[in-house]
Ligand binder design. Structure first.
Ligand SMILES: Nc1ncnc2c1ncn2[C@@H]1O[C@H](COP(=O)(O)OP(=O)(O)O)[C@@H](O)[C@H]1O
Ligand SMILES: [Mg+2]
Length: 242
């Protein structure tokens, strides 16, 4: 469990500003959501945190020290499972890329199949899994790397709404059980209110922080409660404000 602090992150591609002075923080074990209009720079923000995009300005620290290449476990928006690899080999892939041998990588991934609801599918191919299972496999591949902070870019964006609801409840259970610190991009306001300790609202590109909304409802929470509805309305108004 780690505390992450992003301060004054800015990024410009050519003459296009994408991120302007973006700051946010997550305390140990918190889940912080980032919402904002499509194309505003959310994925660019996470790519910068993950070290895939070099920011022009700003600092990222974890427990007060500069973030390094192994601070963040990053699950990109389009996270592909390789169709020719088994599910187990797909989930071991991130570790293998990080230099862990194939057998050792599989050994670390295997015990997570049960809590991730994938037991029995180790030898299956990705096409044999449901959409929700594929997303859990992609998340397992990220989590098994044992990084300080998880970056999840619209992990449930492609799922139908019933599957999505189940995955939100599952993620909430896993997060509280394992104590993950999570930064999550979503375009689903309900998801943000249900899962988050804090929601960072970005404006249209270039992304600036428009508001930071604390969600201080006790857990366990209910999806679609009356208290949640009020926060959802507040976030919707912030997103729509000119
Ligand atoms: N590598 C890049 N080079 C140039 N422009 C980029 C690059 N990556 C992203 N952009 C631009 O940055 C803007 C924000 O993109 P993105 O971060 O993917 O938005 P979001 O995830 O909020 O939908 C878009 O206008 C996109 O075209
Ligand atoms: Mg995106």
């Amino acid at each position: 469990m780690r505390e992450v602090r992003v301060e004054g992150l800015s990024k410009r591609f050519g003459d296009r500003d994408v991120l302007v002075d973006v700051s946010l923080h997550a305390r140990p074990g918190e889940l912080v959501s980032v919402i904002g209009p499509s194309g505003c720079g959310k994925s660019t923000l996470f790519a910068a945190l993950a070290g895939l995009v070099e920011p022009d300005r700003g600092t990222v620290t974890v427990d007060g020290r500069p973030a390094t290449g192994t601070t963040f476990g990053y699950m990109p928006q389009k996270d592909l499972l390789f169709p020719w690899r088994t599910v187990l080999d797909n989930t071991a892939l991130g570790l293998e890329i990080a230099g862990v041998g194939r057998r050792a990588a599989r050994k670390r991934a295997e015990p997570l199949f049960e809590p991730f609801g994938l037991a029995g599918f180790e030898g299956s191919r990705p096409f044999e899994l449901s959409g929700g299972m594929r997303q859990r496999a992609a998340l397992l591949r990220t989590v098994v790397q044992d990084r300080d902070v998880l970056l999840l870019d619209e992990p449930f964006g492609a799922l139908d709404s019933l599957t999505r609801t189940g995955m939100q409840e599952w993620l909430e259970g896993m997060r509280s059980q394992f104590g993950w610190t999570v930064l999550l991009i979503t375009h689903d306001i309900r998801e943000a209110v249900y899962l988050s300790d804090r929601v960072v609202v970005l404006g249209p590109r270039p992304a600036r922080v428009r508001a930071v909304v604390e969600i201080d409802q006790p857990r366990p929470r209910e999806l679609a409660s009356a208290a949640a509805a009020a926060r959802e309305a507040e976030l919707l108004a912030l997103l729509r404000a000119e």
